[in-house]
Structure formats: structure tokens, C-alpha cells
Design a binder for this molecule. Structure first.
Ligand code: PMP
Length: 424
């Protein structure tokens, strides 16, 4: 029965029942963590071979370069060729970096603030600099811009990507808007795959600020949960067609492919952007970890197809976890009509919405020993205007732990809905 249709008596009985169940969970002294999208130890095990796949005398790149030594700022040629298909670009459009894409996104934005983009006035020299933040979105993106002193502007997400009518209007009118954060494939947390139409509208954007950049974070581009994953138009290619190739920086990493602590991050962009970025990069490093580039090349036999195959092993481990979350939500909450949630085809998150209840649910879960990402985390400054969104991260716990955590979660969601309805 829908909660909205329950009379007072039914509501009170429903609330009492939820409360009883909830107290029983509390009494179990649980300690479960679903707060961040981390791979599980079993997923990390899939890549254990990478730590010893180089023999002692295996340290030379194809061109004879000694990878143990300094140099080769933008990455080994064969590493560029290996990662190019991941971002859908040519090898020469890639810089192979260190272990974290967040780190290079931070660096690229910070560089724009201090030194501008391709010779423009530094963003930080303007009285006000704004960044568009599709919401719900990735908290660390928003935190980077906030930390660098930018003003965060919410843009609503639709089923096929950010609301492009709003994006186009805002960037055309306001030259203090210098950037937008995007996770185009399986967005964090909504799992949204931007449609080709949205990608093309991004590629053709005509911002008033000539130094505007799209921060295109393709963190989940190979992280599929379905057998026939969606295929997406490529931003850089479309931007080239539109004569707008300098508009974007594209990022990805192997964090959730190999090992997050010791993976490889990549950036792709137009040749103009790359020339500027490489020059700036040269002031901060003499070169990244080329032995790690070699390890990744050897582990995957130098072939991107092998990486794609490797992702199927991740899928086999995590798809059942997404299934547990989705079926528990469906079974326990669908009839009550109190919430909605995503059923993503890939990525690391399920986005759950229950109006006016997110904070209460997160706090009820916490008091019963289940830690979730903080309510509001997927919004700039942690402020969810509707207090509705919770990011569920199913990958880290075991299936048993996850089921338990979800049992607590749906119980908390019901109790919060009952309390809300009774308070009306
Ligand atoms: N981008 C997105 C959208 C993410 O969800 C994450 C990890 N949660 C990252 C970047 C972090 O990537 P990296 O480990 O390469 O810094």
C-alpha cells in the first residue's frame, strides 16, 4: 500500500512496526561501511599479477628508453597508444600521468586559476569565477572548485545528461562561468549516460568566456554492468567537427580497473591544449612513473581489448551486488511509493531519492551501524535543496554484508517515511 494512502491508524501501526524492526537491527551491533565507492579486496585481487609482471631486466620501452630513469614527461608512446581507445582519441592526443585523475583534474583547474588556459588571463584574476556543477554529482569535483575559490552553480541533471538548455543559456550569457564538471558515462552518483545529442551540444557550446573548459571526467567509461553497454559519441571528435576542439579536457584512470592506489591517470585534449599543459607540467615533474606504465602494459599484454576483457571480471563480482541493492529496494519500497532510485548500466553507484528524508535515513543507518555517504554530499557545499538524495555504493562490502546493510537501509527509509507522514 502507498504510504500516501494510509490513514492515521494504518500509519501509526506501520511506524510502530518499522520502529520494532529498526530496534532489532540496532541491537545487532552492526559495523558496515557503504560510504565510498571503493573496489572490494576481491576486485583488487584480480590485478595482483601486476605487482610482479616485470622481471628484473624488463625496464625498456619499445624505443629503448630506460624506464627506470628520468624523462618522457608525457608518457611512453606505447602507453599513449594503449590508453587512447579508452578515451576514444588518437595516441598523440594523450598525456599519461601519475596514479590519480583527481590529482590531474585538480592540477588543471588550479593551473587555469593561476596561469589561465592557453595564454588567457588567469581565472583567479577575475573578481568572480564560476563553475557549473550538474547535480547530483561527484563531491570531490565540487570540493576542488570550492577550494580553489570558485563559485559553484547547480545545474539539474536529466535522464540523458545535464539540462543543456540551461547550460547553453548560462555559458552564453555569463563570462564569469569558466568551466563545467561532467561525468559523461555512468555519472557519479546518478549512473546517467549522456546521450549523443548531449555530447554534441557540449561539443558545439559557444561560451561567452573564450577560456571556458569542459572537465570531462570519464572515470567509468569501461565500467559496464551489462553485456551490451551503451556506446557514446566522443566529445573531442565532435568538438573537432564543430571547430571547437579546444573546449575540453578529458580524463580517465585505471583506479577501478587495476589498483586505485597505484594505477595510471590520463588526460586527452586538443594539440593546442596539450602543448600548454605539457609546458606547465614540466615545471612540476620531470616525468611520471614509467615503470608503472610498463607494468600496466605487460599486465594487459599491451592490448586495450585485454583491459576490456578484464573489466568483465569486475562486472562478475559487482553486478550481483547492484542486483542485491536493486531487488531489496524494489521488494521493500516499491509498493510504498516513497522513493525512487537508479538502475545503472555501469559505474559504481546507485542514486536513491526520498524527498525530505535523506538526512534522517543516513542518521538512522548510522545509529544502527551502517555508514553511508553523508546526505547532501552529491551537491555543492553539501546542500541538497530537497534533502532527498543518497548515494549508495555497493562495491566494497561482501554480498552478505551488503544484504544486511540494505535491510537496515530500507527499514530506515520506511521509518523516515512513516515519521514524515505522521508529522504532517
Ligand atoms: N572521478 C570520479 C567521477 C570518481 O567517482 C572518482 C572516484 N570515486 C574519481 C574521479 C577518482 O579517480 P582517481 O582515483 O583516478 O583519482
Amino acid at each position: 500500500m502507498r504510504v500516501a494512502e494510509m490513514n492515521r491508524e494504518a500509519l501509526e501501526a506501520f511506524a510502530a512496526d518499522c520502529k520494532k524492526q529498526y530496534e532489532a537491527f540496532q541491537a545487532q551491533g552492526l559495523k558496515l561501511d557503504m560510504s565510498r565507492g571503493k573496489p572490494s579486496p576481491k576486485q583488487l585481487d584480480l590485478t595482483n599479477g601486476i605487482t610482479n609482471c616485470l622481471s628484473e631486466d624488463d625496464y625498456k620501452a619499445e624505443n629503448g628508453l630506460d624506464c627506470r630513469n628520468y624523462g618522457c614527461l608525457d608518457g611512453l608512446p606505447e602507453a599513449k597508444a594503449f590508453f587512447a581507445p579508452m578515451l576514444g582519441v588518437k595516441p598523440e592526443d594523450v598525456i599519461v600521468c601519475g596514479n590519480s585523475s583527481l590529482n590531474i583534474m585538480y592540477w588543471a583547474m588550479s593551473l587555469a586559476m593561476t596561469n589561465g588556459v592557453m595564454g588567457s588571463k588567469p581565472w583567479g584574476k577575475y573578481d568572480k569565477v564560476k563553475v557549473l556543477c550538474p547535480v547530483p554529482g561527484y563531491d570531490r569535483h565540487f570540493a576542488v572548485s570550492e577550494f580553489l575559490g570558485m563559485e559553484l552553480v547547480n545545474v539539474p541533471m536529466k535522464e540523458d545528461g545535464p539540462d543543456m538548455d540551461i547550460v547553453e543559456k548560462l555559458v552564453a550569457e555569463d563570462d564569469t562561468i569558466k568551466a563545467i564538471w561532467c561525468v559523461p558515462m555512468y555519472s557519479n552518483p546518478g549512473g546517467v549516460v549522456y546521450s549523443d545529442a548531449v555530447v554534441k551540444r557540449f561539443a558545439a557550446l559557444k561560451p561567452k568566456a573564450k577560456d571556458f573548459r569542459i572537465f570531462w571526467d570519464n572515470a567509468y567509461c569501461v565500467h559496464h554492468l551489462v553485456d551490451n553497454p551503451p556506446v557514446q559519441a566522443n566529445l573531442l571528435e565532435e568538438a573537432k567537427k564543430a571547430g571547437n576542439e579546444d573546449i575540453c579536457y578529458m580524463f580517465a584512470s585505471t583506479s577501478k580497473i587495476t589498483h586505485p592506489g597505484s594505477g595510471i591517470a590520463v588526460i586527452a585534449a586538443s594539440q593546442n591544449n596539450l602543448a600548454y599543459l605539457k609546458k606547465a607540467l614540466g615545471f612540476s615533474t620531470i616525468g611520471y612513473d614509467k615503470m608503472n606504465q610498463l607494468r600496466h602494459l605487460r599486465f594487459f599484454g599491451g592490448k586495450f581489448e585485454n583491459l576490456v576483457e578484464h573489466m568483465k571480471k569486475h562486472k562478475a563480482l559487482i553486478a550481483p551486488k547492484f542486483q542485491i541493492v536493486e531487488s531489496t529496494l524494489e521488494q521493500e519500497l516499491a509498493d510504498l511509493d516513497i522513493a525512487n532510485w537508479s538502475n545503472p548500466q555501469g559505474g559504481y553507484f546507485i542514486s536513491f531519492n526520498q524527498k525530505g528524508c535523506a538526512k534522517r535515513i543516513v542518521s538512522l543507518c548510522k545509529e544502527a551501524g551502517v555508514v553511508l555517504t553523508g546526505a547532501g554530499a552529491s551537491f555543492p557545499h553539501g546542500v541538497d535543496p530537497e534533502d532527498e538524495n543518497i548515494r549508495i555504493s555497493p562495491t566494497f562490502p561482501t554480498e552478505e554484508e551488503l544484504q544486511k546493510a540494505m535491510d537496515v537501509f530500507v527499514c530506515a527509509a520506511k521509518l523516515a517515511a512513516a515519521e514524515q507522514a505522521l508529522a504532517k
